[in-house]
Design a protein around this ligand. Structure first.
Ligand code: ADP
Length: 207
């Protein structure tokens, strides 16, 4: 199984991805977490990524793809993955599709979108800032990350939706309820063919 979680900052991707990973016995791969680990370990990639993270800008696609490629391929041989925070750009979506094509025997792929209103996203991110002190959870950087979501990532949603399996879930409900809704939708929704097509992005320009 291969799941993509595409949602704005603060929507609850990390929380739901962790649960989905346990429920389906698949790997949880968070691009943001992997990047923060590179920064903490002061690797070559970490030293480049740190300024992007601090500003709330997207880290260049090549770097993100480089740190995810190994874990994704490993997960593929192990039942699959839930990708949290990737893809975030058109180019990343194309890369996700390319990798998916290399893999045989995958019986579900879906894109999960958590819907949360802007005020609630801001409220949650500011609350997280107080608890965790993440460098990018300040008011100005939060606004910037939301803008980047709108310009770079939001356009992917329409594309995935038009292709088949897109699971839209109300992310403002209690955590357990959001989880039940996601699993319920994944277990009942959309024919396998649509699922197979769901993350194909190759003809997005012709719509
Ligand atoms: P959030 O979704 O709350 O912003 P993440 O942990 O997913 O939190 O991401 C934090 C930061 O990591 C992003 O603002 C960005 O700088 C970087 N990042 C994460 N995923 C990607 C990605 N797929 N492409 C580029 N940058 C990314």
């Amino acid at each position: 199984m291969r799941l993509l979680l595409v949602a704005p900052p603060g929507a609850g991707k990390g929380t739901q991805a962790a649960r989905l990973s346990t429920h389906y016995a698949i790997a949880h791969l968070s691009s943001g977490e992997l990047l923060r680990k590179e920064v903490a370990a002061d690797t070559k990639i970490g030293r480049i990524a740190v300024d992007y993270l601090r500003r709330g800008d997207l880290v260049p696609d090549e770097l993100v793809i480089e740190i995810l490629a190994g874990p994704v391929l490993q997960a593929v041989g192990n039942g699959g993955y839930v990708l949290d925070g990737f893809p975030r750009t058109r180019r990343q979506a194309e890369e996700a599709y390319r990798v998916a094509q290399l893999v045989e025997g995958i019986d579900l792929q879906a894109v999960v979108h958590l819907e949360v209103r802007r005020e609630e996203l801001r409220r949650r991110l500011l609350a997280r800032a107080r608890q965790e002190g993440r460098v990018d959870d300040t008011d100005a950087v939060i606004s910037h990350r939301l803008e980047i979501f709108d310009s770079e990532t939001e356009p992917l949603l329409g594309f995935y939706r038009s292709r088949g399996l897109m699971v839209d879930v109300n992310g403002e409900q209690p955590i357990d309820r959001v989880f039940v809704d996601i699993v319920g939708a994944l277990d009942t929704y959309a024919p396998v063919d649509a699922r197979r097509r769901a993350t194909g992005i190759e003809d997005a320009g012709t719509r």
